[in-house]
Design a protein around this ligand. Structure first.
Ligand code: FAD
Length: 488
């Protein structure tokens, strides 16, 4: 169920081991899920730029096996854009103060001095923690606006834990001091912080190319992806799943039988579709899982060079755009005409909110205006635009998600052992493709050769660790800001 990276990796691995598969995908036109590449008048773009980098060498080798030389090696440039200036990412103290100009720099230093003199004791919120370390002004420029755009929650309500772990013992003085010391090079691949890597791989025609290629391979082996099949019902009885029903866009339904079933569709949808229904506590746990949604507006600009970065973070509070991708800088083949540029303006939202329901033409007009207001290009230079709405782009990590996922996981493993969960929303893990692929590889091998490796023990770096203890604080997902627990 699902032909994103996880579903297609599972199918690829099973076919390699001569296990026949049926691949069901809701999208009527294309495979790749969140990692698909959308095409519009010859311009190709991602749902958020997709870097291919993994600490798991098996996954890296699999990418090479599938795409060979079509996997490009690219340099990374991604800076923060604020009030018409580019700032280094991660933030460097001198660069930040210099770019802000002498007056703002002085105000920032005064604000830092005030924060050191009158710190918030026992800071609980992200806001208080970061303000203690950097001062209010730097905090509001470099942390507050962007974090609130991405998560849609005030930094006053977000817990300090995330910042305390991510930017441990860091304050402005430490940043300045470390800028003066020579940098130590990481010795091993494992030492590289994934978010900061400066080279990554990228398929020549975008991430969708690799998944389109896998779909071609499964079709050549006699198992084409069945597009336009939305899983609408999962029948089970006597302790196992017996068949899956799908609905086509014209309303026609079909039944698919099998011995084992792999779900990479969101847990919330999976549980809703079980027939007979799962026990109420399991349905409630699944219903309570939350998601953050995403709109990408691709604008075609009649200019060869706009900015040299792969993407930029937009920290200006007076525009709603959070990040801007420059797809030509990911791969020149993403645009059909090198004299033009294609920018992807990314807006974080909730399905059904004001932005989500705004008509496409208005969204394109908003994105065009915001580009001009930011000073990136003139409105008249925008020659075309298209909107892509993506539901469930991010599984939300709230106070109760771990307990809710555990309820569903335990029910499925004990009551429906031939139903296997894999992938990002399939396991409610805010992780990258490598993690989704690794969980799918393990599931496929468990089915094909009877191995007993637990996909829930794959960590955020896509590495399997037998000693991960499930049910405790979850260390297998990427760390993200979370709300302050109600009792704090
Ligand atoms: C903005 C953004 C940026 C990202 N950047 C990176 C990056 O730089 N590098 C990286 O490696 N990863 C990145 N990722 C993560 C990557 O996209 C995911 O890890 C990966 O796509 C997850 O694969 P999956 O197969 O588990 O899930 P998905 O990609 O979500 O695939 C699930 C599939 O199931 C289908 N489906 C859903 N419901 C049904 C149904 N009822 N019936 C049938 N089919 C159904 C969907 O249509 C979809 O095709 C990013 C994600 C986002 C949103």
């Amino acid at each position: 169920m699902g032909a994103g990276p996880a579903g297609l990796t599972a199918a690829y691995e099973l076919l390699k081991r001569d296990v026949p598969v049926t691949i069901l995908e809701r999208d009527p036109h294309q495979v790749g899920g969140l990692a698909r590449t959308v095409e519009h008048n010859g311009y190709r773009f991602d749902i958020g730029g997709h870097r291919f980098f993994s600490k798991n060498e098996e996954v890296e080798e699999l990418w090479t096996e599938i795409l060979g030389e079509e996997m490009l090696s690219r340099g990374r440039l991604s800076r923060i854009y604020y009030r018409g200036r580019f700032f280094a990412y991660p933030i460097q103290a001198f660069n930040a103060l210099w770019n802000l100009g002498p007056l703002e720099a002085l105000l920032c230093l005064a604000s830092y001095a005030r924060a050191r003199a009158t710190p918030v004791r026992n800071p609980k919120s992200l806001e208080d923690w970061v303000r203690n370390q950097f001062g209010w002004r730097l905090y509001s420029i470099f942390f507050k606006t962007y974090t609130e755009k991405v998560w849609g929650i005030s930094t006053r309500e977000l817990s300090a834990d995330w910042a305390a772990q991510r930017i441990k013992s860091l304050d402005l003085w430490v940043v300045i001091r470390s800028a003066l010391l020579p940098k130590r090079k990481p010795k091993k691949r494992g030492e590289i912080v994934t978010t900061l890597i400066d080279r990554f791989r990228y398929p020549r025609f975008g991430p969708g190319q690799i998944w389109e290629r896998v779909a071609e391979i499964t079709a050549a082996r006699g198992h084409p992806v069945q597009l336009g099949r939305s899983v609408s019902r999962i029948n089970h009885g006597e302790g196992e799943v017996t068949s899956v029903e799908t609905t086509r866009p014209d309303g026609a339904t079909e039944a698919h039988v099998g011995s084992d079933f792999i779900s990479t569709i969101p847990i919330r949808e999976l549980v809703e579709r079980l027939e007979p229904p799962a026990p109420e506590n399991v349905r409630k746990a699944a219903r309570n899982l939350g998601y953050r949604d995403f709109i990408s507006i691709a604008l075609m600009i009649d200019r060869r060079e706009v900015f040299p970065d792969n993407w930029i973070y937009i920290h200006d509070p007076d525009v709603r755009v959070g990040r801007i991708q420059n797809f030509k800088n990911w791969s020149p083949d993403m645009v059909p005409d090198q004299g033009k540029t294609c920018l992807g303006l990314e807006y974080f939202c909730f399905e059904g909110d004001g932005l989500w329901t705004t008509p496409d033409a208005e969204l394109i007009a908003l994105a065009t205006k915001e580009l001009a207001r930011l000073g990136i290009c003139a409105e008249a230079e925008v020659v075309d635009g298209v909107v892509v709405r993506q539901q469930k782009a991010y599984p939300v990590y709230d106070d109760s998600y771990q307990a809710n996922v555990a309820v569903v996981r335990d029910y499925i493993s004990t009551s429906l052992p031939n139903l296997h969960l894999a992938g990002r929303n399939g396991m409610h893990k805010y992780n990258n493709q490598d993690h989704s692929m690794m969980t799918a590889l393990l599931v496929a091998r468990n089915i094909a050769i009877g191995s007993l490796l637990d996909p829930w023990k794959v960590n955020a770096d896509a590495v399997y660790h037998e000693d991960i203890k499930l049910g405790e604080r979850d260390l297998t997902g990427r760390q993200v800001p979370e709300r302050i627990p109600a009792k704090a």
